[in-house]
Write a protein that binds this ligand. Structure first.
Ligand code: UDX
Ligand code: ADP
Length: 461
């Protein structure tokens, strides 16, 4: 089938940037991104492209070039489904907070609602593409709903997992390491796969487009994220050992990364990984393994998360211990709240957990993040059930110098580049003495800061 109209359900971190790039690279295809959230769609349609709801380097330029030409944002979900030949499902799949699989399995209620909506609306054959990260065998569930509740039209389900990382989403989409497309091995399935291959071929070379069966594609996504997260937990485990032995984790990472079998990427020790994917995907993997009675497999992967939780707790404890075992009513400045640099996304950010632990010790926290707004910080604390009283201890600042002013300590939670360029002499001058820096990202120049007078402590050294 030659595709001329695409609909994407879900205008979030995945759907928005992915569709913007498809629209730019395929000017003959009309791409409509729909969402139930009217405010979010209004933000995507804001005439000032700098105010679109997702911050990603390079994204606003692409939206400026394509919006209103072949890229549209709308709340008319039924209309977009009806008109499209290919429908991407890109809705959120959070970890379940209730019932069976609580705290582990992915909550598929949004996916199921989409499937039912597509089944109700579709009057002709459609290709449905899973874009959201999903547990293995979700395609089967989608297919069952579509086939049993549809109007007798044919659906082909493809799995096309997204490997983009936030902060580099546009680059990852433009130059992917690979594009993975899973589908049925029937002639109809293969034709559907080919339709999607044709879309990506507009800018991705054929040897990077991998086609597999649906289950392999779904499981590959979970496995890729589990391996990446495992590397972070592995180096973080070593960071604790480094702190005890006098080894330096950066030196260890460099030394092992030069082994071509290990490779240098994803070996940066930190206060812990965050983001919407890693924890959720590993929990999914653990849940699936448990479902099949594979206890050792489940325990093996669960340890990656336990290590990550430990690292976040350990960082907060270290701050308390170093500040003479009490942070009560002390001002601690957080530089960064997002889960990584170059994004305004805060989902599962280590900062939230460290803040929760410190306010429970009655610290006052002054947050500065170049892209995260105060309401987001407060709602993240709600998510962790931090009490209203404790939440009042967390204040957001527009300016890093004010955030650091008269603080007892600074904690670096996100690796924003701009933190390196601050006037650290000035910051030091205005802080309580001794002035501590806890560098949760190994970002700053410890030697220079020590010369200024700071007591500098970074992860793993
Ligand atoms: C991840 C995957 O990389 C991506 O392929 C998938 O599609 C979605 O999940 P993302 O969550 O956006 O992407 O960010 P990523 O760059 O993977 O970082 C995840 C977390 O790990 C961040 O909190 C980051 O700071 C942390 N991290 C990463 C480290 O602590 N050390 C590292 O060496 C690398
Ligand atoms: P991701 O990081 O996976 O892109 P987000 O939470 O950023 O996740 O985006 C998912 C989007 O999907 C949200 O904007 C949400 O409103 C939207 N959404 C969820 N369910 C539906 C639905 N049934 N129809 C339309 N949009 C939906």
């Amino acid at each position: 089938m030659s595709i001329t109209k695409i609909c994407c359900i879900g205008a979030g971190y995945v759907g928005g940037p992915t569709m913007a790039v498809i629209a730019q690279k395929c000017p003959d295809i009309q791409v409509t991104v729909v969402d139930l959230n009217e405010e979010r769609i209004a933000q995507w349609n804001n005439p000032d492209v700098e105010k679109i709801p997702i911050y990603e380097p390079g994204l606003s330029e692409i939206v400026a070039n394509t919006r209103g030409k072949n890229l549209f944002f709308s709340t008319e979900v039924d209309k977009a489904i009806d008109e499209a030949q290919m429908i991407f499902i890109s809705v959120n799949t959070p970890t379940k907070t209730y019932g069976s699989g609580k705290g582990m399995a992915a909550d598929l209620k949004y996916i199921e609602l989409c499937a039912r909506q597509i089944a109700r609306v579709a009057k002709n054959d459609k290709i449905v593409v899973e874009k959201s990260t999903l547990p293995v065998r979700t395609a089967e569930a989608i297919k069952s709903i579509l086939d049993h509740t549809g109007n007798g039209v044919q659906f082909q389900i493809l799995s096309n997992p997204e490997f983009l990382a936030e902060g580099t989403a546009v680059q990852d989409l433009l130059n992917p390491d690979r594009v993975l497309i899973g589908g049925d091995t029937t002639p109809e399935g293969e034709a559907a796969i080919q339709s999607l291959v044709n879309i990506y071929s507009n800018w991705v070379s054929k040897d990077k487009i991998l086609t597999t069966n649906v289950w392999s594609s779904e499981l590959s996504k979970l496995t890729a994220n589990a391996f990446l997260a495992q590397r972070v937990s592995s180096i973080n485990a070593i960071s604790e050992l480094c702190e005890k032995t006098g080894a330096d984790v950066n030196e260890v990472a460099r030394a092992i990364g030069m082994d071509s079998r290990i490779g240098p990427k994803f070996l940066k020790s930190s206060v812990g990984f965050g983001g919407s994917c890693f924890q959720k995907d590993i929990l999914n993997l653990v849940y699936i393994a448990k479902t099949f009675g594979l206890r050792e497999v489940a325990d093996y992967w669960e340890q990656v998360i336990l290590m990550n939780d430990h690292q976040k707790r350990r960082f907060a404890n270290k701050i308390v211990q170093t500040l003479y075992n009490t942070v009560a009513d002390k001002k601690i400045c957080f530089l960064g709240w997002a889960f990584k640099k170059d994004t305004n996304d805060t989902r599962e950010s280590a900062a939230i957990y460290v803040a929760r632990d410190l306010v429970s010790e009655q610290a006052n926290i002054a947050v500065f993040d170049p892209k995260v707004e105060e309401y987001q910080i407060q709602s993240d604390l709600d998510y962790l059930n931090v009490s209203e009283r404790s939440k009042k201890r967390v204040t957001s600042y527009e300016n890093p110098y004010d955030a650091c002013h008269s603080a007892h300590a600074i904690a670096v939670l996100t690796e924003w580049d701009e933190f390196r360029d601050y006037d650290w002499q000035l910051i030091y001058k205005n802080m309580q003495k001794p002035a501590f820096i806890f560098d949760g990202r190994n970002l700053l120049d410890g030697k220079k800061l020590t010369e200024i007078g700071f007591v500098y402590k970074s992860i793993g050294s």
